[in-house]
Design a protein around this ligand. Structure first.
Ligand SMILES: [Zn+2]
Length: 176
């Protein structure tokens, strides 16, 4: 809210407009009350300008409701509700990878934005994971590979690099 004095100052700018409540203190007070809804002077200034910019002496003085509407139209963006989250990609649930290393088929980059971003960030990583995964499944079978991977991945962050590392360490352990 701006002060009554400041709001009155802006309302006086309507003085040249038709039906301005010149000798009606109560009516002028209602205009001021409406103008006080401005959060900042800048908003009061802009709201006032919406009436004055194209006004001529025949333009009627805004009513309190008009002033409030003008203010809220400007202020609204300030109070914009937080945006709903972007829709989650149905193919990869925004992981960027379709399929994957956890028991499913080999992973491929998703076509969505998450997939493109991840691919740009870790270009060779998915191939590396798949390569180790293929090697392991060829030797241990898919079931055993998945079991080992799941057992280790619980305590690690599931990133591509980590999965590659974990798979490699399983591979190394099995070769001994
Ligand atoms: Zn996706």
């Amino acid at each position: 809210m701006i002060s009554k004095e400041m709001a009155a100052g802006y309302c006086l700018k309507f003085g040249q407009m038709r039906n301005f409540p010149r000798d009606m203190p109560a009516a002028f007070g209602e205009l001021v009350l409406a103008m006080e809804c401005s959060d900042t002077e800048e908003i009061a200034r802009r709201a006032t300008a919406t009436f004055l910019d194209n006004a001529d002496p025949e333009t009627p003085c805004p009513m309190p409701r008009n002033i409030r509407e003008a203010i809220y139209a400007i202020q609204e963006p300030v109070y914009e509700a937080p945006r709903p989250p972007e829709p989650v990609c149905p193919d990869c649930e925004d992981s960027g990878i379709v399929g994957g290393f956890l028991g499913g088929p080999r992973g491929i980059w998703c076509d969505c934005l998450s997939g493109q971003k991840l691919k740009a960030k870790h270009p060779g990583e998915l191939d590396a994971v798949n390569e180790v995964y293929d090697k392991l499944t060829a030797r241990l079978g898919k079931k055993e590979t998945t079991r080992e991977l799941l057992a280790r991945i619980a305590s690690e962050r599931r990133t591509l690099a980590n999965v590659t590392q974990i798979l490699s360490s399983i591979d190394a352990g099995r070769q001994q």
